[in-house]
Design a protein around this ligand. Sequence first.
Ligand code: PLP
Length: 375
Amino acid sequence: PIYLDHLASTPLDPLVLDAMLPWFSPAAVGNPQAAHRPGWRAADAVEAARAEVAALIGAPPGAVLFTSGATEANTLALLGGTAPGAACLVSAVEHASVLGCLPELRRRGCPVTILPVESDGRLAPATLETALETAQHRPPGPALVSVMAANNEVGTLQPLAELAAVARARGALIHSDATQAAGGGGLSMDGLGLDFLSLSGHKLGGPMGIGALAARDGAALRPPSAGGGQQRGLRPGTLPTALCVGLGAACRLARDRAAEDSRRIAGLRERLWFLLSAALPRLRRNSPPDGLPGCLSVTLPGLDAADLLLGLPDLALSTGSACHSDAAEPSHVLLAMGRSVEEAHATLRFGLGRTTMAEEVERAAGLLIAAILAD
Ligand code: PLP
């Protein structure tokens, strides 16, 4: 198979696996909470991993809460970070795990606003500014704004620094789902002035089942879970040492390799676009060149993308968001960018990553072009 679905999930990096393996052995017994030598060893490993996560995103280690992934991190930020009755504003292109929190917030009496985006998927700072002016600021809490760092369907990067500045100037808190952007490095939660940031292990060469929410010191978080008081009670539950170690190792690798990986992967993406667009002149590109290096979303008017991929089972890529591919619903991201339902169904999303080779890109393009032209 040719795997070009790195935005849905990345292969576990062999170095990450090496770091984790000892922690799966029976000798690595020990609850990180326990007050004895095996427990302390586990706790040390978890805390070293926490520091690696923090270093990747430019946050203090104490800010990082391990979660089961970005879905849980986003839920914790939205449901735990929006004060009762306070406004919540999110962009229209957020991941389902953010948008899915909105009905519950509405039930809690929080006024919810879904902010429209430009045709390239960016949320204009002026749009946020206007919305915050009109959002109801009711005691007892500030509004929460949630805007992703990079979109998982088209790769658009949001102008986070400007958006955070607008939010701050209006006294609002800001959360960013950095699931797709974190592996590319260069994020600084402190530098950007973010209150909350989410990420996920399996999107950056780490294991599935682990992620993190970083919460700025002092940012109020009302945890939905009760339990043993781990992680200051904000996200209680026994931590999986091996998975934490894996996430830490993945973050460390991302920090070391991000610049080089990004350059190489963006080169492959441009090669892919060149090959496809040369053979298919009606092909249109949804992904901006300055977006996520590994993301290429393209639309070929008239194409039934799902049907095409069914005929190419060894070519792993997506028709929209992988998280949506069970449902035949058109991508809410493309619709928010002004594309039609027909265009959404005629869209393919390639996700290139650290392990993608030039020859895979050539072969994938060849297979797709042949299949499309044969139709
Ligand atoms: N946020 C974004 C932008 C994503 O792309 C994804 C995964 O598809 C998630 C959140 C959910 O991440 P997880 O699989 O860790 O729950």
